[in-house]
Design a protein around this ligand. Structure first.
Ligand SMILES: [Zn+2]
Length: 191
């Protein structure tokens, strides 16, 4: 769901007039997965391939800290607090919400592998609606989020006085479309 997360960042950037720059929104949507990398390397979190499944969504992800509900809320709160100091209260709330949106999108697609508490303390049920069981549906939803994100983003770009997009806006829009298309391709190829 790499592409879906990015598409959401583009949509948020297009819809809000906040001072938060696009790179911060992009980073915020992927923050839980970024934090997952050092924990993966340290062996605290794992990816388990499901034999016989194609690469797109074909894994159980044991991200018991970064992708626990409590962990995601904590990371969102810290990121929101830091962003608030830099971009003001609205910016802080925006970043916090975007960080947590990652967990909500993951909840829809993941197989039940998302714990409520870090390290699955208390053995509570694991969460995940498992849309990855239906790769075609999933890819369709991701593509839809991307298209909506790209439209919101492009419509938000500044226009010149004759109400035509300026050269910089065309370049920014094209760069966004390319980034989103590349992230979708990455997802589908399972890279
Ligand atoms: Zn994730």
């Amino acid at each position: 769901m790499f592409a879906g997360h990015f598409g959401l960042a583009a949509a948020v950037k297009g819809r809000t007039s906040s001072r938060v720059p696009l790179w911060a929104l992009m980073l915020a949507t992927q923050l839980l997965d970024i934090l997952f990398v050092p924990l993966l390397l340290a062996g605290a979190e794992k990816i388990e391939e499901i034999p016989g499944k194609e690469s797109y969504g074909g894994a159980l992800i044991h991200a018991d800290y970064t992708h626990s509900l409590a962990g995601a809320l904590l990371v969102a709160a810290i990121a929101g607090w830091l962003a608030g100091r830099r971009w003001g209260k609205n910016g802080g709330w925006t970043i916090g919400a975007v960080v947590f949106s990652h967990w909500l999108l993951d909840l829809i697609v993941h197989r039940p592998d998302l714990p409520i508490l870090p390290a699955n303390a208390g053995g509570l049920p694991l969460l995940g609606l498992g849309m990855w069981h239906y790769p075609a549906v999933c890819a369709g939803v991701e593509a839809l989020i991307l298209v909506v994100g790209a439209i919101f983003y492009i419509r938000s770009l500044p226009r010149s006085s004759v109400n035509r997009p300026g050269a910089r806006s065309v370049a920014a829009g094209a760069a966004m479309v390319l980034t989103l298309a590349a992230s979708l391709a990455t997802d589908l190829l399972g890279a």
